[in-house]
Design a protein around this ligand. Structure first.
Ligand SMILES: [Ca+2]
Ligand SMILES: [Ca+2]
Length: 250
């Protein structure tokens, strides 16, 4: 009988110990989900921050590139004219920036030619109002076949530029038997080109403007569209008065 009572006491003692252990373990298990929950939240937050950073880096990446087209000439990075320029990356630009790019241009035709610099495909279009491309080439200078010239292209950024972080435009370097502005091809840019060619064509446009399929203006003269934007307007007039051209005003 005493043994039975002792056994019962031992059994009760074991049950209490087991019960306390269960309670203790239960307490641990009750805390685990909270621990894992905190960890999960921290992990998700970190993952979200990384995603936002990557997205931000992606969306803030800027495009500031010009594709370069040539017509009758070659444009190269090196003086040996072996490494052709296909595009120019203007990289970092801020308001008032002036970026110079040195290139070598070679007359690859068989006749003497003049060089003409123009741009097109501005994206966004308003970028052309704040960015100005020019070069140090004297446009009245004729290039002989096989001759090459070292020329600096300069892109200037207006101090008033805003809302444009990315842009692109195409550069066209053309070899022409005529000077820019010399519409009648007499070797001079003068009143004959202005009065007899440009005035009659003023405010005319080429085919497909303003809507696709539209005919060209009756007075349209593509030879007066010096900047190749399919309009003859004040922009072309300004190019006629280029001080580097072969001017012959009375
Ligand atoms: Ca002329
Ligand atoms: Ca034009």
């Amino acid at each position: 009988m005493l043994n039975d009572e002792r056994n019962i006491e031992i059994l009760e003692e074991n049950l209490n110990v087991s019960h306390r252990m269960i309670i203790r373990r239960k307490g641990v298990f009750q805390k685990l989900p909270r621990y894992y929950g905190d960890f999960t939240i921290a992990f998700v937050a970190a993952l979200l921050a990384i995603c936002i950073l990557i997205f931000s880096m992606t969306t803030n990446s800027t495009t500031r590139v010009s594709a370069l087209e040539t017509n009758g000439v070659g444009v190269y990075w090196d003086s040996k004219c072996s490494n052709a320029v296909s595009s120019i990356d203007w990289s970092t630009l801020v308001p008032r920036s002036v970026k110079n790019i040195l290139v070598y241009i070679r007359n690859e035709g068989e006749e003497p030619m003049y060089l003409i610099l123009s741009t097109k495909n501005w994206n966004p279009p308003e970028a052309s109002e704040y960015l100005n491309l020019r070069w140090n080439h004297t446009e009245g200078r004729q290039m002989n076949p096989g001759e090459d010239l070292q020329i600096t292209l300069t892109l200037s950024v207006s101090p008033y530029i805003e809302g444009i972080s990315s842009f692109s435009f195409d550069i066209i370097v053309t070899g022409s038997d005529r000077l820019m502005g010399d519409v009648n091809g007499d070797g001079w840019v003068d009143w004959k080109d202005l009065l007899l060619e440009l005035f009659p064509a003023y405010n005319s446009h080429g085919p497909g403007i303003p809507s696709p399929g539209d005919p060209a203006s009756p007075t349209w003269n593509p030879n007066c569209d010096f900047n190749d934007d399919n309009w003859v307007d004040w922009k072309d007039y300004l190019l006629v008065f280029n001080p580097n051209s072969n001017q012959n005003w009375p």
